[in-house]
Design a protein around this ligand. Sequence first.
Ligand code: GLN
Length: 531
Amino acid sequence: MELCDLSAFELAGLIRNREVSAVEALESALKRIEQVDGRSGSLEAGEITPEDEKKVHAFITRTEQIARAEAEVVDRKLAEGVIPGPLAGVPYTAKDIFNVRGTLSTAGSKILSNYEAPYTATPVARMQKAGAVILGKVNLDEFTHGSSSESSAYQPAPRNPWDPSTVPGGSSGGSTAAVAAGMGQLSLGTDTGGSIRQPSAFCGVVGLKPTYGRVSRYGLIAFGSSLDCPGPVARNVRDAAMMLNVIAGPDPSDSTAVTVPVPDYTAELEGGVKGMRIGLSPDFFKIQYFNHESGEMDEEPISAEIKQAVEQAADRLSEMGARIVENVPMPHTKYGIPTYFVISRVEVASNLHRFDGVKYGYRTPLAIEDLDEMYRRTRAEGFGAQPKLRILMGMYVSAAQYSAQYYQRALKVRSLIRGDFERAYDPDGEYRLDALLTPATPTPAFKFGDVYGDTVLMQYADQFTVTANHAGIPGLSMMGGLSKERLPLGIQLLGRDYDEAALLRIGRAFEVATQDAPWRKEKPQVLAGLA
Ligand code: GLN
């Protein structure tokens, strides 16, 4: 086993005890990048070759020099007997939506292709302080708009390490592919409608969307400000808990970063699930979407293998002493995507206004006298199809004459969605849940090109994740099995406000219960035959 394949917990322990150095851990990760990643994403990728189709392409920018300097500091501190931070020497990556001082921070967009961040996002600064070592900035859907990572302006887009002919999910697909393939133990992702949990499910890693406000958004390039949550991507639940310990907490630079005390998420990890109430809802076992011709909601079944994985997870948890509460009604789940279509577009139209070619970022090279025309050309050339579509829709549904019909109505539905969770978790109510257990996604990873281009279908990959963003509650996604095609099947736990600890504890119990399952022993395809 290579150092890059250890968990963050194990690696940090070895480094702390000086059994291996931080530089050795870094070398191992760099070697893995050389072996499996192929060329990094770029704006001038040219043709995608058959060789490209076998590689992961997680990175946009590698930061080897910064990583070496950080690793050397950790080793020096250890040699001096200084206790370094809890993640000292652990290699990680950051989705390229986080500003990291002195690095390109592109958001996967041409419009930020020349943007070097002048400051560092709070979650990254906290990783640095904890001693983690940054390998680079990883690829994503442009401005995080997608569920496959294919929409990045930086090609080749990331591929799924379990089967590179399939997508890694998105928008944090670079993060989850990197963690799954051993390119860093941890990654910082963001989740607006499912962008941590959905790609984590596709890549067979653990992804946690914290409660809204639990982790600061300072230094994050914004998408939907009332929905965006930075959070951990990790190999296992303990590592996710360690990382949340580091990044969570109030931040004077972000007024929405809450001051609710941060517990030690690792402390009660092994507490087990005895007596915990875990719900199952029929509303999370079907895809429901609006049929434009009939005007009705149509229904389709989800992947039978994912359904089975969730049911088996419920059985395991029940054997470990949890009380499984069936038939919890979550009737507004079906409105999650349409509501998100309106709210996220309105917020993104507002947030993307700042990219105008004046203050920073790309500007059209054409010599244009008229200011408005310069804005227009810059945006026409700098934004890809998704941000353009979303800005247009956001402007439309928030326009004075349509706002009551769309945006204000969507806000009302959003509170109905929140109401479903409040009823399910109400300590004096009928269900009194500690968590809800659901599929993370309706299907396993899909093939490259199969969904891309169909904005509506792509969005439905988030049907089971998006309601947590509307409600502001935490959600954890993790592997619950493997499909016949050897693709990960993702399960999800949804929890109460600020109760990430319960989700981590349940997730950990499930890991313990399944540690000898045959699917736990399997490795992503791109790792086969590596020395
Ligand atoms: N896939 C969703 C979208 O396209 C969610 C993206 C996200 O969570 N950032 O908007």
